[in-house]
Write a protein that binds this ligand. Sequence first.
Ligand code: ADP
Length: 397
Amino acid sequence: MNVLVINCGSSSLKYQFINSDTEEVMAKGLCERIGIENSQITYQPKDGDKDITLVDMPDHTKAVEMVIKKLTDPEIGVVSSLDEIDAVGHRIVHGGEKFATSVIIDDEVMKAIEECNDLAPLHNPANLIGINSCKALMPGVPMVAVFDTAFHQTMPPKAFLYGVPYDYYEKFKVRRYGFHGTSHDFVSAEAAKFLGKDRKDLKIIVCHLGNGASISAVKNGQSVDTSMGLTPLEGLIMGTRSGDLDPAIVTFLAQKLNVPTDEVINILNKKSGVLGLSKVSSDFRDIEKAYNEGNELAKIALETYSYRVAKYIGSYVAAMNGVDVIAYTAGVGENTAIVRAMIAEYLKYLGTNIDPEKNKIRGEIVELSDPGSKVVTMIVPTNEELAICRETVRLVK
Ligand code: ADP
């Protein structure tokens, strides 16, 4: 089966075209600046060169049209016609409490996704536009919605409730939802498979450390807690997001900076995290370089970041009354050895050491701790597109 995986943002559209039988990515790419001047599509076929085309894409329908055009291009395409696209899998950011699993998209599902718009005002409307564009251009092709929040719907109330009046949960659904669920699910499953164990028998802590970062406690195959909350702002320190802080800081800063609270939230989302702390960059490659050159703020940013992750790991050990596996994933988790090493210093009490030689490995599944360690520490590369492809096939077949 050939599956087109679509991840639609407000002005971008990432795509992968996957043969689900071989799980090979036949082509992938990105449409950027949709609805803005100088929009372009990047297209990378499996065995060919990267193709970048500047093309006017006033809306997402035009972007999807361009993706199909590239996939079926007689020169650089990977299929001969639209008929060879068997299904489309859509990444949807927020499923609220309505979706605890992936679903085939129909009118009722569209309506339910729309009802979650106010929980993710930047993301869900864009995701819906992506679905509508695909429906318009590929009528009759089955489509599946895979939600970032779904995997975490197994959290018990003690984990998802905030200490605010219960009415706000009942009336407004104010609660922890968590995100990156597709990745936490995929990585915990891959970790168990690699270790030759059943995920149902394990307590796994997944550290998804990318631009956005979240951590989850996966007990017996189910998410029992995670660090992101009502929105992706809560939890770990991220590339540009602050993560946890005293909520009173919002009004305090609004007064000091003489800006509305919305603007403070914007600062906490876009100008904070390791970018704000280090004054260097949100990219860990830049921060690591600055740290190696003796930059004091880069050191503080790395230490503060790692300390926060270590504290969360400690709290999830308590939440699960133990831990068997700690798995690092995503851009930083898979690549940044210094962060893993700094975190490991706090976790020696768990009986998990990181082998410094193995810690140099990047982006492949590997056990970092010594064989026979009580707690296994590992790198498990995430692959959200493949996970979405697998979900799509599972539901469509
Ligand atoms: P996103 O949340 O956008 O999917 P990623 O998982 O791709 O993010 O992670 C992006 C971050 O991962 C980058 O900002 C960078 O800090 C880090 N990163 C990616 N590749 C490397 C690398 N080879 N070495 C060090 N850090 C890396």
